[in-house]
Write a protein that binds this ligand. Structure first.
Ligand code: SF4
Length: 128
């Protein structure tokens, strides 16, 4: 690591079960250096996590059913971290009308991120 490297970050690569410990830093010319990765996927992960971290989101939404009041939902792809709090608030405010099919989009292209939120399971008033 050179003297010009700023704000090195330590992180675990979660792209595979090995879980390499990465050190990611950026020099004054904005070049990103990733060390500790055993493969190229770790370099990509480290760069993305340093510059624009994203996460998958899972939670539950209220339904209009008294018998099955919560529906598990998830994002189809990872969403930028800065959107997660607002998306969670929106999902906690929502009421999903049953029946719903597994994979049914509940929110499409959330705030232009390209990320959809889907139902994680099929559910009707009989719990199927
Ligand atoms: S760097 Fe490669 S080998 Fe290491 S955890 Fe990431 S994907 Fe797996």
């Amino acid at each position: 690591m050179s003297v010009s490297d700023s704000n090195p970050k330590e992180m675990i690569c979660i792209s595979c079960p090995i879980g390499c410990r990465l050190t990611v830093s950026q020099d004054q010319d904005k070049n990103i250096t990733v060390t500790g990765n055993k493969c190229a996927r770790g370099k990509v992960y480290g760069e993305e996590e340093y510059l624009a971290p994203k996460r998958m989101l899972t939670c539950t939404c209220r339904t209009d059913s008294q018998e099955f009041p919560r529906l598990p939902v998830r994002t189809l792809s990872a969403i930028p971290i800065e959107y997660i709090d607002d998306l969670l608030r929106e999902l906690y405010r929502m009421t999903v009308a049953l029946p719903v099919k597994r994979g049914q989009p509940l929110i499409e292209n959330y705030r232009g991120t390209g990320v959809d939120v889907l139902a994680s399971m099929s559910l009707d008033d009989h719990g199927r």
